[in-house]
Design a protein. Structure first.
Length: 315
């Protein structure tokens, strides 16, 4: 049995990532040209964390492919608490064409993939957010053309899932990736090493710095994320405080001025104006966050179609 999952950004090779993005562009232009879930086949979509964009985009993607999106409240189901992840995986896999899970621990997602018997998609974990970066790359490609050789700068919390996914996804696309983050919130050394390994094959490069200007200078894309990820709410005061570690990494007009003249701004949302980004930037002409949010739908539709096409599931 050949089974493909999307648990982290480097589960796709550079050629495969390009294929998915090509398919996303085609489906955006002709939304109902692919009905691979006609029947309808069911896709189980589990949510352990709060959600807006992930829920609407995956429900829309599955429906657009002709399928039935079965949304499961993971907290109500108690996956991994009320019953083991492996047992839930076996149940869902027998009733679903694929499983999508937005959860906390990456290890639990990997356990789901081990036992489900159908493609499993990471809709966000504490470690990675690979569907978001697919949408971001799609947005950059629409706005700026070919991805290879471009430079993407991410500034803010370098230890979170977006920083890790930007490192892997950008390197896979041949994009020079820079992460600007305080010394106390640097990305995982293992993820940086993996990104460097990929970059050596794709012509990309990886830079991690504790200086926001160094990260952003001359970049084609500037991205950031909330300074308080889900599960870190008790740290809000220290992370948002004027003496907090992230103050020098706020994306304001002065920092954007360090990027290339044509540079675009991205944010995975939700955004907290006045903290990680100013209103002048996110609501300004360089911001393309609404196009980016829409592209979750098209990227995820293409991803599901691609995974199903490249997986042979045993009866």
């Amino acid at each position: 049995m050949t089974l493909r999952h999307f648990l982290r950004d480097d589960d796709l090779t550079p050629d495969e990532q390009r294929e998915v993005l090509d398919r996303a562009l085609a489906l955006k232009a002709d939304p109902f040209s692919d009905r691979c879930l006609e029947g309808p086949q069911t896709v189980s979509i589990l949510f352990d964390k709060q959600t807006l964009r992930t829920q609407v985009s995956f429900v829309g993607a599955v429906s657009g492919l002709g399928g039935f999106p079965m949304v499961v409240d993971g907290r109500l189901a108690g996956v991994g608490v009320r019953e083991p992840v492996a047992d839930v995986a076996r149940i869902l896999g027998r009733q679903s064409a694929a499983v999508v899970w937005r959860t906390f621990e990456q290890a639990k997602l990997e356990e789901m993939a081990e036992y489900a018997g159908v493609p499993v998609v990471n809709a966000l974990t504490d470690d990675f957010h690979p569907c978001q970066t697919l949408a971001d790359l799609l947005t950059v490609r629409e706005l700026l053309g070919d991805l290879a050789g471009r430079t993407l700068a991410y500034v803010g919390d370098g230890a979170n899932n977006m920083a890790h996914s930007y490192l892997l996804a950008s390197a896979t696309a041949g994009v020079h990736v820079r992460v600007g983050a305080p010394p106390s919130h640097q990305p995982s050394a293992a993820v940086v090493a993996r990104a460097e390994e990929i970059a050596a094959r794709t012509g990309a490069s990886v830079l991690v710095t504790d200086d926001a200007v160094t990260a952003v200078r001359g970049a084609d894309v500037v991205a950031t994320d909330t300074w308080v990820s889900m599960g870190q709410e008790e740290e809000s005061d220290t992370r948002h405080g004027t003496d907090g570690p992230f103050e020098p990494f706020r994306v304001d007009e002065a920092l954007m001025a360090q990027a290339a003249d044509h540079a675009v701004f991205l944010h995975c949302l939700p955004a907290y104006r006045g903290h990680e980004v100013t209103s002048a930037v996110i609501d300004g002409p360089r911001s393309h966050v609404w196009q980016e949010a829409e592209n979750r739908l098209h990227a995820q539709k293409a991803l599901l179609s691609w995974l199903l096409e490249h997986s042979e599931v045993s009866a």
